[in-house]
Each structure stands twice: as structure tokens, then as C-alpha cells.
Design a binder for this molecule. Structure first.
Ligand SMILES: Nc1ncnc2c1ncn2[C@@H]1O[C@H](COP(=O)(O)OP(=O)(O)OP(=O)(O)O)[C@@H](O)[C@H]1O
Length: 222
């Protein structure tokens, strides 16, 4: 199986005043194309930090991330922004939807630079229909429930047909029944398109839906 993403000996610390907190102490990982990988760990163990570094959003202090053999942090800022827009999808716990845009515009936004406006909106509507929101086209995020907003965020993450999708606690803000429904949509879409998924979660039930489960403990992956 092709390896799509690797990290070697990733280290990341936070310094506040005179205190330095070493969060990642040497994380090495290979992610294979088409796999679904979960990362569990205690609160504060560094799961979000790791996801951000793997996803090209936050520089490590040491170590490297390679996407298809290209060094992510060796890329110029412009190249890295393009890599994130074209190759990566993100789903965060807090949705990060723009309240002034309707849901089609929110989903279409990542593709506006790369497709015609009409083409981007048509694809956004297709994806929203696939996540069960075909009858809510034209609504704004604040008119939707938490679970519906997260489905919009999932549609947005898939907009550019990314090679890899990073999800940070995608059901963290939802009750268990709504969370289950959102996960069903996420896994249906991902499995149908054979996307690669790296998902951070507190929940063993969520982790068990993935093809591989890892734990982050004391700054290392096990
Ligand atoms: N910007 C920051 N500045 C300082 N410390 C930070 C910063 N971001 C995270 N931390 C600290 O780094 C540690 C790891 O945080 P992180 O959010 O990665 O953990 P997590 O495993 O995702 O936690 P949770 O499961 O509670 O969301 C925590 O102790 C946190 O307080």
C-alpha cells in the first residue's frame, strides 16, 4: 500500500514565560493511502497539536512531515497554502463556518480559487445533498443544529477531493445520537471515495470505526 504521509521524530513544545511544556517528544508515523487512522489519548496529551503539525498548520520544533515524499515544512509559505487547499481537508470540533455566508457558499469557499463560481456551487450542493442537507440549501449556519453544522463542515472538507482528511473531535460538541449520525455520513463519504482519514477522538467507539488505532501518551505514539 502506498504511504501518503510520514512524520519523523516530531517534536513540539509550548513556552509560556519561563515554563516550557514538551508536548510531542518524538512522534514518528506512516499513514497509508486509503486507511482510516484514529489517535486517542488523555486530555492534554497533545492530540490536537499533533493533528495541526501533521496537517501543515503548525511548525514542529524538530522533525519532519512528508506528504508524498515532499517535505511539508520545507515548502514555501505559498506552496504550503496551496498544498493545504488542494490536498487536505479539515474538520474541527467547532465547525469554523462563516456566519455571513449561506451553507452552499461555506462549502464552496475552498474551491472558489480553483473552479468557476457556478461549478463550485454545483459541487457544494451535491455534497450537501450527500450529507442529507439538500433541503437546507440557502440556509446560514446559525439556522442549523450542531449536527447539521458539522455535516456542512464535512462537506466543506471534501470539496476539493482531498488526498487526506484530518478530523479533530468531529463529534465532540454533539450528543451521542447526533454524533453517531454525523459519523455515519463521514465514514460513508470517506469509504465511498477511498479518502485517507486521520481522526483524533476521546471516544473508543469512534476510534473503533477506524482501520487502525493509535494512542498518544507522554509525547509518543503507541
Ligand atoms: N498555544 C498554546 N500555548 C500553550 N500551551 C498550549 C497551546 N496549545 C496547547 N497547549 C498545551 O499543550 C498541551 C496539549 O494540548 P492539545 O490541545 O494538543 O491536547 P489534546 O490532547 O488535543 O487535548 P484535549 O483532548 O483536551 O483537546 C496541553 O497541556 C495544552 O494546555
Amino acid at each position: 500500500m502506498e504511504t501518503i504521509l510520514t512524520s519523523e521524530n516530531l517534536k513540539r513544545s509550548y513556552t509560556i514565560g519561563k515554563t516550557t511544556l514538551d508536548v510531542l517528544k518524538g512522534v514518528s508515523l506512516e499513514v497509508n493511502s486509503g486507511e482510516t487512522l484514529s489517535i486517542m489519548g488523555e486530555s492534554g496529551s497533545g492530540k490536537s497539536t499533533l493533528l495541526h503539525v501533521l496537517g501543515g498548520l503548525d511548525n514542529p520544533k524538530e522533525g519532519e512531515v512528508h506528504f508524498k515524499n515532499e517535505s511539508v515544512y520545507g515548502m514555501s509559505t505559498a506552496r504550503r497554502a496551496r498544498f493545504r487547499a488542494q490536498n487536505v481537508g479539515y474538520v474541527f470540533q467547532a465547525f469554523h463556518l462563516l456566519p455571513e455566508l449561506d451553507i452552499v457558499e461555506n462549502v464552496a469557499l475552498p474551491a472558489m480559487a480553483m473552479r468557476s463560481k457556478g461549478g463550485a456551487k454545483a459541487r457544494a450542493e451535491e455534497l450537501l445533498t450527500e450529507v442529507g442537507l439538500g433541503d437546507r440549501i440557502g440556509h446560514r449556519p446559525q439556522e442549523l443544529s450542531g449536527g447539521e453544522r458539522q455535516r456542512v463542515a464535512i462537506a466543506r472538507a471534501l470539496m476539493n477531493d482531498p488526498d487526506i482528511i484530518f478530523c479533530d473531535e468531529p463529534t465532540g460538541n454533539l450528543d451521542s445520537k447526533t454524533g453517531e449520525k454525523v459519523l455515519n455520513y463521514l465514514f460513508q463519504l470517506i469509504e465511498a471515495r477511498r479518502h485517507t482519514l486521520v481522526l483524533v477522538t476521546h471516544s473508543q467507539d469512534v476510534a473503533s470505526r477506524c482501520s487502525r488505532e493509535l494512542f498518544l501518551k507522554d509525547g509518543f505514539l503507541i
